[in-house]
Design a protein. Structure first.
Lengths: 316, 251, 245
């Protein structure tokens, strides 16, 4: 059982010499340059994206957008409601979809906040469970292994249902009743698979450190704890970062699941907006609009992850 | 640190009838040997004869099935033994250096005294500087292991062990992974140590070096010590046919 | 069998643990149908996602820059957007647009069909990358040898590259397919009657959320465990001595 969605390693080979030219391309748009790196075999591998933002793509995008807006306006005219172009409708709903209803916590921002907190919780507990997985205590080791396997192999949505429905809606402290907002329970539920996968990353990284490191620390009279925290884990951090970032992306992509359980995230509010408009031609642009936000958020992280992966692969 | 039951005229390291197995494979089949304080002994023998295992048992990196190993009169394989106390007394240098790659040379040397002995950081820094100079690496203190040659790394590893102020040093084929040119600089470092009166137990394939430095040479084969003696007589007047064969191959 | 059902009824009667799926025939049947749906939904999506992966990896070797860019865009789109929104996008938006285009009333594909499409595209995007990494692991010298023997490009891909690449990328493929199986639960959101969905129906009817939640969790763990076991056996059976670790 390997990592789910582990990056698949090597990228496009630059065998045919295509797109090398983009290095020198003049542009007024941000250029994502392909990075050229060598692997052990001395072959040249090209950077993650072949389609870089060349000026031609920029122009094409601009023309598409302009064309679409014109058709959009014409279409609205024909419909007899020139105020209700798709573009205007998107703009109208954007604040709600992004920030949530005024005075409430919700929208796309909630997705991001949930992803942050889940990741922090999952990383914290995953670190301990991962260390537990290599503990000299057999029972602790087994226990941490079981926890890891259980949460790695459960569907995220099932975990969400489980904890959303079975955790209480409020807590009673004497006379004071404290409501537990749905999104906090969802955050907790989402942190569990992260915990399990971080635990696996930690275990794998620790296992990849040569035993000589343990032995030399031992012969210098380091305690096990000192060896772990001062010698082993610092060496693990580097190789844990890319898969950890990868899991962050996967987590962020899973946050809309909380809409199924009635949390007012970006997905829920988009559906609400669509229901309020009630016109089928809004469906495609509205969903694409929301997806674009996720894309813009996740894609740079994914690319950065890949870069780091290559960098570390070459260094070692 | 000194053990009351031990006087310096007794062996500082003493092995008596040590048996050690890995599962079904018996690697040490009753090994006995004594090392006096300030003595330098070399262990030689064919590959797989249990030299590394033997030396690793002395600082309890490996456990043993029966027999006894004492360091300064203290039983090493007593379950009640404080392993940390033992390892402060016994330093070890490995074939693969095993420096901590995320620490500079100086930090590698300083780490154990600061963390384990809880010594003052400034004092330790001064001590570490002295040791770095002693292994002739002045100027390389702030380099990471990855930036040092094999021989340099090995000398940092020696300094790192010395920083604990051990009574006994164990060397396991410390030059086996090095280029012929860099072997010498490491051997010189060890020779300096021996000259200062450090008790050393070395596993080595460098016969010339062993002859020059050792007080006693032990030949192991098949998990037993076949014969031993001072270098003058050992090399010229070996009795056992196995020793003769080994020496004829190697010399 | 009757005896087992009765035992579960006793469990409810005496301990209040309400596992209707064991002693109530109606619930039992719909739960079994739900599991069966999860099973073929997964199987179909796994199959199609592998097809997409193989085809995509092939297209990525194309000489046409635009072809490679399209495949790249496809991969990045499906990797960097949430699978749930992809599913809604297909089921609501694409379906409506296609219906309008072809003048069909009542939808082009049902919820099950769109779930298959969406999940296959989602997992397929990962599979393309997985297979591509595998393809690149095949030494150039091996494919050159085939070229020298007069194989066509497609033949080289089919008979030399793929069989070797497959073995290299099986571990990553395993995890992706396991992830796909777990992701089939999102089909719940468009009312595909798979395990989670029917469980929800049952606990709404019977008020046994706690029992059903645990049952669902166990069922998925068993499903995933089964797939893991299956893939490992497969991995073992096609292992070539001395190739790929
Ligand atoms: N951790 C271990 N588990 C099982 N067997 C081991 C282990 N360590 C060593 N052995 C076995 O014990 C025997 C002796 O090994 P040892 O490393 O002590 O030999 P050596 O004399 O140091 O050889 P070399 O000169 O090659 O270093 C070998 O047969 C080896 O395979
Ligand atoms: Mg050895």
């Amino acid at each position: 059982m390997g990592e789910v969605h582990q990056d698949t390693g090597v990228r496009k080979l630059n065998v045919r010499g295509t797109s090398r030219h983009v290095h020198g391309a003049k542009t007024d748009l941000p250029v994502i340059k392909p990075f050229v790196i060598g692997n052990a075999g001395g072959r040249y591998i090209e950077g993650m994206l072949e389609f870089t933002f060349q000026w031609r793509i920029g122009v094409a995008l601009f023309l598409t957008l302009a064309g679409w807006m014109m058709i959009d306006a014409a279409h609205a005219q024909v419909q007899g409601d020139p105020e209700q172009t798709i573009f205007q409708t998107l703009i109208k709903w954007t604040p709600l979809m992004f920030w949530g209803p005024s005075g409430e916590f919700g929208g796309f921002i909630l997705n991001i906040v949930v992803s942050f907190i889940s990741m922090a919780l999952g990383t914290f507990f995953g670190l301990w469970v991962g260390i537990g997985q290599v503990s000299p205590n057999r029972h602790l080791r087994r226990f941490c292994w079981a926890i890891t396997q259980l949460f790695r192999n459960s569907p995220w949505l099932v975990l969400l249902f489980y904890f959303m429905l079975l955790l209480p809606f409020s807590l009673q402290f004497g006379d004071i009743r404290v409501d537990i907002p749905g999104w906090t329970k969802a955050t907790f539920a989402l942190s569990l698979p992260i915990m399990a996968n971080v635990s696996e990353i930690v275990r794998g990284a620790i296992a990849s450190i040569p035993t000589g490191q343990w032995e030399s620390a031992e012969s210098l009279a380091f305690s096990r704890t000192q060896t772990m925290w001062r010698v082993i884990l610092p060496q693990c951090i580097k190789r844990m970062i890319p898969p950890w970032m990868n899991w962050y992306c996967i987590l962020t992509m899973s946050t809309p699941l909380i809409s199924i359980l009635g949390v007012n995230d970006g997905m829920t509010l988009t559906q609400n907006a669509l229901a309020a408009e009630g016109r089928s031609e809004f469906l495609i642009p509205m969903y694409l609009w929301l997806m674009l936000w996720f894309f813009v958020y996740s894609y740079p992280i994914a690319m950065w992850t890949r870069r780091l992966e290559h960098k570390f692969a070459i260094e070692s | 640190m000194n053990n009351l039951n031990w006087a310096s005229d007794q062996p500082i390291v003493s092995l008596k009838n040590v048996h050690k197995s890995f599962g079904d494979l018996e690697v040490l089949k009753g090994v006995s040997l004594d090392v006096m304080q300030g003595e330098v002994i070399c262990i030689i023998g064919p590959s797989g004869s249990g030299k590394s295992t033997l030396i690793r048992c002395i600082n309890a990196l490996n456990d043993i099935q029966s027999g006894s190993i004492t360091v300064e009169g203290q039983e090493v394989h007593d379950p009640k033994l404080n392993k940390l106390e033992l390892r402060k007394k016994v330093g070890m240098v490995f074939q693969q250096y095993n420096l901590f790659p995320h620490k500079t040379a100086l930090e590698n040397v300083m780490m154990a005294p600061v963390l384990v002995l809880k010594q003052n950081k400034d004092d330790v820094a001064r001590l570490a500087q002295t040791l770095i100079r002693k292994v002739r690496l002045d100027g390389k203190e702030h380099n990471y292991p990855g930036e040092l040659s094999g021989g340099q790394q090995q000398r940092v590893a020696i300094a790192r062990s010395l920083a604990m102020n051990p009574q006994v040093m164990l060397f396991d084929e410390v030059t086996a992974a090095l280029d012929p040119e860099t072997v010498k600089e490491v051997l010189v470092t060890i020779k300096d140590l021996a000259a200062e009166g450090m008790t050393c137990i070395l596993v080595t394939h460098e016969m010339g070096f062993a002859r020059e430095i050792a007080d006693q040479i032990y030949f192991t084969d098949g998990g037993v010590i076949v014969e031993h003696g001072p270098p003058e007589t050992f090399f010229s007047r070996a009795k056992d046919p196995r020793t003769k064969e080994f020496l004829s191959q190697i010399l | 069998m009757e005896f087992v059902w009765e035992w579960f009824y006793w469990l409810y009667d005496v301990h209040g643990i309400k596992l209707t799926i064991f002693y109530d025939e109606w619930d039992r049947n719909r739960f079994i149908r739900g599991m069966w749906t999860t099973f073929h939904l997964s199987a179909l999506s796994i199959f199609l996602s592998i097809v997409i992966g193989v085809a995509g990896a092939w297209l990525q070797m194309s000489n046409l820059v635009w072809m490679r860019r399209i495949v790249q865009a496809y991969i990045q789109f499906f990797r960097n957007t949430p699978p749930l929104i992809q599913l809604y996008f297909f089921y609501f938006a694409v379906d409506a647009a296609l219906s309008q285009l072809f003048g069909i009333t009542g939808g082009v594909l049902g919820s099950y069909g769109w779930a298959v499409v969406s999940l296959s595209f989602f997992a397929g995007a990962f599979n393309v990358e997985i297979f591509r990494a595998g393809v690149e692991s095949v030494p150039r010298s091996t494919t050159e040898a085939a070229e020298a023997l007069g194989y066509t490009r497609l033949q080289i891909y089919r008979y030399v590259t793929l069989p070797l690449a497959f073995r290299v990328c099986l571990p990553s493929l395993n995890s992706n397919l396991i992830n796909l199986l777990k992701t089939t639960t999102v089909a719940y959101a468009i009312a595909v009657p798979e395990t989670l969905y029917v469980a929800n129906q049952i606990w709404s009817d019977e008020y046994n959320v706690f029992e059903m939640m645990n049952v669902v969790w166990i069922v998925y763990i068993v499903f995933v465990g089964f797939l893991v076991w299956l893939m490992h056996r497969w991995e073992k059976s096609i292992k070539i001595p001395g190739y790929g670790n």
